[in-house]
Each structure stands twice: as C-alpha cells, then as structure tokens.
Design a protein around this ligand. Structure first.
Ligand SMILES: Nc1ncnc2c1ncn2[C@@H]1O[C@H](COP(=O)(O)OP(=O)(O)O)[C@@H](O)[C@H]1O
Ligand SMILES: O=C(O)C1=C[C@@H](OP(=O)(O)O)[C@@H](O)[C@H](O)C1
Ligand SMILES: [Mg+2]
Length: 169
C-alpha cells in the first residue's frame, strides 16, 4: 500500500504540509492525532491529563497500529516513534518520511510545549527531548526531508522533490 506517513518533532509541519501534499498528490489525508481524539471522544490534552504519558502512548500505539488506508498522507503526532508496533505497521503500509528541522529552528517556531500537548517528562527541555527523539525518527525513516531555512512553500517543494526522486529510483 502506498501511503506516505510523516514523522518528526512537534512543529515540524507534519499536519500543515501533510494536507497540502495530499491535495497535490490526489491522496486522502489523515491526521492520526484527530483519529485518536475521535476514537477516544476526548481531546489529546485530556487524554494526557487523565491517562498520563504511558497511557497516552498506549492509546497512540493502538490507534496508529490500526490504520488501514491506501493512497493516504498520514500526519502522525511527534511522539508516535515511541510506539514500536505502530511504527512497524506504518512502515508496512507505505513510506515513512521524517521532516527534519534543527533544534534552533524548532525553538523559534514552538511556543509553550506543555500547552501544545507535547509529551514532556518532569523537568525535560526541548533540547533533551530533541536528542532523545532524533535517533528514533532516523531509525524509522525511509526518507528524510531537510526543512532547514525553508518557508512553507519551499518545505513543500523539498518534500515533493524528495518523494519524486524516491518514486523514480
Ligand atoms: N517551513 C515551514 N514548514 C512547515 N510549517 C511551518 C513552516 N514555517 C512555519 N511553519 C508553521 O509551523 C507550524 C507547524 O505546525 P504543525 O503543522 O501543527 O506541525 P506538526 O503537525 O508537525 O506538529 C504551523 O503553525 C506552520 O504554519
Ligand atoms: O510530540 C509530542 O509529544 C506530541 C505531539 C502532538 O502532535 P504534533 O507532533 O502534530 O504536534 C500530539 O501527538 C501529542 O500532543 C504529543
Ligand atoms: Mg500535527
């Protein structure tokens, strides 16, 4: 199945770029964060508040591992890479694309992380979260797209060009 799954740090543009990419490719678009909210009938922040970090991850794993789509751009939540079953499943139904952005750029782009619903352990900084996650994004990525120094239009262009090259391989 030829789905395209976007992974990367919160604020990397998975949701914003994903929907435009789907439109250009004539694909469906699925934001797995919205699927979690629909299935749980709760907002993400409520799930995190009520179930804690581990509880949220278990739900995120189950929901992402159950996605059965075709010709769909799937924007995941930044924490999906902690969910090994979900990641193996997403890899099996298409290509996994890591949207890479430097810590410095993310720091400028992101506001209050807790308010954004990012899974942060007590006292954890964006820097330590970045260092913890980058190896996981790299581990699961079939394709890496570098977004550094690009505006929305240029990021989308880079994403399209990289996918095109991959398809023509
Ligand atoms: N070059 C860019 N690519 C993607 N998003 C960008 C870019 N520049 C600024 N942004 C902004 O960064 C935010 C990305 O948020 P979002 O798409 O929700 O990311 P994610 O789903 O990866 O957490 C949006 O507010 C978007 O407008
Ligand atoms: O990175 C994270 O810890 C999270 C990112 C969010 O999605 P985005 O990556 O779309 O912001 C959402 O899944 C959840 O609140 C946790
Ligand atoms: Mg998103």
């Amino acid at each position: 199945m030829n789905n395209i799954t976007l992974i990367g740090m919160p604020g990397a543009g998975k949701s914003t770029l994903g929907v435009v990419l789907a439109k250009i490719l004539g694909y469906e678009f699925l934001d797995s964060d919205l699927l979690i909210q629909k299935e749980e009938k709760r907002r993400l922040y409520q799930i995190i508040d009520e179930e804690g970090e581990e509880g949220f991850k278990a739900i995120e794993n189950r929901v992402n591992a159950s996605i059965e789509t075709e010709d769909t751009v799937i924007a995941t939540g930044g924490s999906v890479v902690y969910c090994s079953e979900a990641m193996e499943h997403l890899k099996s139904i298409g290509k996994v694309v890591y949207l890479r952005l430097s810590l410095e750029s993310l720091e400028k782009r992101l506001g209050n992380l807790k308010k954004r619903g990012v899974l942060l352990k007590e006292g954890q900084t964006l820097k330590s979260l970045y260092e913890e996650r980058v190896p996981l994004y790299e581990k699961y990525a079939d394709i890496v797209v570098d977004e550094e120094g690009k505006d929305l239009e240029a990021s989308l262009q880079a994403l399209l060009e990289t996918l095109q090259k991959e398809i023509n391989k």
